[in-house]
Design a protein. Structure first.
Length: 164
């Protein structure tokens, strides 16, 4: 590897200003979740906890969720980062209700990050999910998830309010 290539790698390997958004999500959080299984369905609620830990020299955020749902215990894990080569926020999500690793990409502006995931639904159909993380304060943030409804239009299927 020549010096020019090595310097380019070193530049994109260092954490950047965009990683500060992730650092604000680190810590121990209480989670209050409301979710809707369909656009016209009544909401269901559950409580849990989220623990966020910065990894690998503040380059990635690992978030671990534990809670209960009306269907039983639930756990999930995310790894979020900022890809300095492509200049895009990236993340993966996996949980105990499936075997899919959902890959998200998006952008952040100020205290709001919007990420989108294209995936295959359990019925084999293409599906899209959009997640919006809003930092309300140093002690609160909100995650809203939007999914495709039966008619293909987007509806809010989940909201989680995290508090310290």
């Amino acid at each position: 590897m020549n010096d020019e290539m090595m310097q380019a790698w070193m530049k994109v390997a260092a954490p950047a200003e965009e990683h500060e958004f992730l650092k604000r999500l680190a810590g121990d959080w209480k989670a209050s979740t409301t979710f809707w299984m369909a656009p016209d369905a009544p909401p269901a609620t559950s409580d849990g906890t989220m623990k966020g830990v910065m990894l690998l020299g503040d380059r990635f955020l690992q978030s671990t969720y534990e809670g209960d749902t009306p269907w039983g215990p639930f756990s999930g894990m995310a790894i979020d980062g900022y890809d300095r080569i492509r200049n895009v926020h990236v993340g993966i999500w996996m949980d105990s209700m499936g075997t899919v690793m959902m890959n998200f990409e998006g952008s952040a502006e100020g205290d709001v990050r919007t990420m989108t995931c294209n995936f295959t639904s359990p019925t084999g159909e293409p599906a899209t999910m959009r997640g919006i993380t809003t930092i309300v304060s140093d002690n609160e943030y909100r995650y809203e998830s939007y999914a495709s409804g039966p008619d293909g239009s987007e509806f809010k299927n989940m909201e989680i309010v995290y508090t310290r």
